[in-house]
Design a binder for this molecule. Structure first.
Ligand code: 5RP
Ligand code: CA
Ligand code: ZN
Ligand code: ZN
Length: 214
C-alpha cells in the first residue's frame, strides 16, 4: 500500500485516492476525490470503474451550517425506527440533492455540476445559498462526517474529510465503492491495488490514515 503522505500529495493535486477502510469493517475500497476536482469524466470513472453509490461527504461543521440532518432523523417511517448496521453504530447518510441548474440530475454533467457546486459551498457555507441553489431529493447522496472525525468514526466519510483537511482542500469529498464487475461483491483489496497501480492513483489502508492524520 502507499503511504498517507502519498495520499495527501495526490489529493492536494486534485487526484483521486483509493481507500480501503478495514477488513473488520465494511471491507470496501472507495475511490475518493476532492469534490472540487470532479469533472464529468470523473463521474464516468465512478460509474464504470467503481460502480457503487456516488456520495459527497461534508464535514460536521459544514453540514451544521447548511442545516443538514441525518436521513434517519427526518424519515418518519417504520423502516427508519431502528438503524441497525452490521459494521458500524450508524450510517452517515444525510439528504440527497441536485443543483438547481441540473435537468434530471443523473447525467455525468449534472452530477459533476452538483458535486463541484457543493465543494464551493463547503468553502463558504451558507444555509440560504444552499436552499436557493440546490433541491432535495436529488441524485447525489450527502454524507455527514462525525464531529471529531477519526476519533469518533473510521468510515470512508471521516477518512475522506480528514484527508481533505490534510491536503488543504475544502471539506467536501466524493466517495464511491468499488464493486467487482463479475461477482457484484466488494472489489478485493488485491484487485483495488492493481487498479490503483494501473492508473497511478495511491491506494491506502484506512489504518494508515488513522495513524498519520490528526
Ligand atoms: C455510502 C456508503 C459508503 O460505504 C461510503 O463509504 C460512506 O460510508 P462509511 O462512512 O460508513 O464508510 O455506504 O455509499
Ligand atoms: Ca457505509
Ligand atoms: Zn464506506
Ligand atoms: Zn459502503
Amino acid at each position: 500500500a502507499d503511504s498517507a503522505a502519498d495520499a495527501v500529495a495526490a489529493f492536494a493535486g486534485g487526484e483521486p485516492v483509493l481507500i480501503h477502510d478495514a477488513a473488520d469493517r465494511e471491507g470496501e475500497t472507495d475511490i475518493v476525490y476532492p469534490a472540487g476536482s470532479v469533472t464529468p469524466a470523473a463521474v464516468a470513472r465512478l460509474r464504470n470503474d467503481a460502480g457503487g453509490l456516488v456520495c459527497v461527504a461534508l464535514s460536521d461543521s459544514v453540514a451544521a451550517a447548511l442545516e443538514l440532518p441525518f436521513m434517519q432523523e427526518v424519515l418518519d417511517h417504520p423502516t427508519a425506527a431502528a438503524h441497525d448496521l452490521a459494521y458500524d453504530e450508524r450510517s452517515s447518510f444525510s439528504l440527497t440533492v441536485n443543483h438547481r441548474d441540473t435537468f434530471t440530475g443523473i447525467t455525468d454533467e449534472d452530477r459533476s455540476l452538483t458535486i463541484r457546486e457543493l465543494a464551493g459551498l463547503a468553502a463558504d457555507p451558507d444555509a440560504d445559498v444552499f436552499a436557493a441553489s440546490f433541491r432535495s431529493p436529488g441524485h447525489v447522496h450527502l454524507l455527514r462526517a462525525a464531529p471529531e472525525l477519526l476519533a469518533d468514526r473510521e468510515g470512508h466519510t471521516e477518512l475522506g474529510i480528514a484527508l481533505a483537511a490534510a491536503a488543504d482542500q475544502p471539506p467536501a469529498v466524493v466517495v464511491c465503492e468499488m464493486l467487482d464487475g463479475e461477482t457484484g461483491g466488494a472489489l478485493s483489496p488485491a484487485d483495488a491495488r492493481a487498479y490503483a497501480a494501473e492508473h497511478g492513483f495511491p491506494y491506502v489502508e484506512g489504518r494508515s490514515l488513522v495513524d498519520a492524520l490528526p
